[in-house]
Ligand binder design. Structure first.
Ligand code: N9Y
Ligand code: NI
Length: 188
C-alpha cells in the first residue's frame, strides 16, 4: 500500500516533470499503481486507517507524486449526498471550460508540500473533461465545484505544475477577475 514515505515532496524533480501519455493496454504494473493510488485516497479518508498509518487526508493523487511519470491520477471525493465521486483517469484532458473562475477561499494545499502557501489559486469554475479508464474506455464528464478544482490540481501535477505557481506573487489574496469563492466544505 502507498504510505506518506512514498509521496515525493517539493524539491523532487518528478514534481517538475511532464508525465508521459499511457499506451493501451496498460501494463500490470501501471494498473496496480493506479489502483493503489485510489486506495491510498480511500485509506487516507478513513479515520482509523489514516491514524494507524499516519496518512494525511487527500482527495486526489497524481502519478508524479509517487515518482510514477505516467499520465494517471485518482480522485476520491465524498459528496454531501453521501455518495463518492471516485475514479482513476488515464490520459486526462480538459476539452472545454467556463470563462468564469472559482477558488477555495482558504487556498490550496498539496500532499507533496509540507508547508502552507497562502493565496488564491484561480481555477475554471466548470470544465468538460475526457479521460480513459484502466480498461481503455473513453469517459466524458462535466465537473464543477470541488471536483473541478481537484481535477485541475491533478492535471497540473501531470504537467509539472504546482498550485502555488498560480498564486499572485505581489498580492496572494488579490481579487481574481470573473471568479467566485467556492464555499468551504469541511476538509476531507
Ligand atoms: C492532494 C490534495 C488535492 C486537493 C488540493 C486542492 C484541490 C485538490 C488534497 C493537502 C491536505 C488536504 C487535502 C485537501 C480537501 C479540500 C477541500 C475539501 C475537502 C493531490 N494532492 N489535500 N491537500 N482536502 N478536502 O496534493 O487532497 O485539500 O495532488
Ligand atoms: Ni497536489
Amino acid at each position: 500500500m502507498i504510505l506518506m514515505k512514498d509521496i515525493v515532496r517539493e524539491g523532487h524533480p518528478a514534481l517538475r516533470t511532464k508525465a508521459e501519455e499511457v499506451k493501451f493496454p496498460l501494463t500490470d504494473e501501471e494498473r496496480k499503481l493506479a489502483k493503489d493510488m485510489l486506495q491510498f485516497l480511500k485509506n487516507s479518508q478513513d479515520p482509523e486507517i489514516a491514524e494507524k498509518y499516519g496518512l494525511r487526508s487527500g482527495i486526489g493523487l497524481a502519478g508524479n507524486q509517487i515518482n510514477f511519470l505516467k499520465r494517471i491520477f485518482a480522485i476520491h471525493i465524498e459528496q454531501e449526498n453521501g455518495e463518492a465521486l471516485s475514479f482513476i483517469a488515464v490520459n486526462p484532458k480538459i476539452v472545454s471550460h467556463s470563462a468564469e473562475k472559482t477558488y477555495l477561499p482558504q487556498g490550496e494545499g498539496c500532499l507533496s508540500v509540507d508547508r502552507s502557501v497562502p493565496g488564491y489559486v484561480p481555477r475554471y469554475a466548470r470544465i468538460t473533461v475526457k479521460f480513459y479508464t484502466l480498461d481503455g474506455e473513453e469517459k466524458k464528464m462535466r465537473l464543477q465545484g470541488l471536483p473541478a478544482i481537484c481535477f485541475q490540481h491533478e492535471l497540473d501535477h501531470l504537467n509539472g505544475v504546482m498550485f502555488y505557481d498560480h498564486i499572485n506573487k505581489e498580492d496572494p489574496f488579490a481579487p481574481i477577475p470573473d471568479a467566485f469563492p467556492l464555499e468551504a466544505e469541511s476538509e476531507a
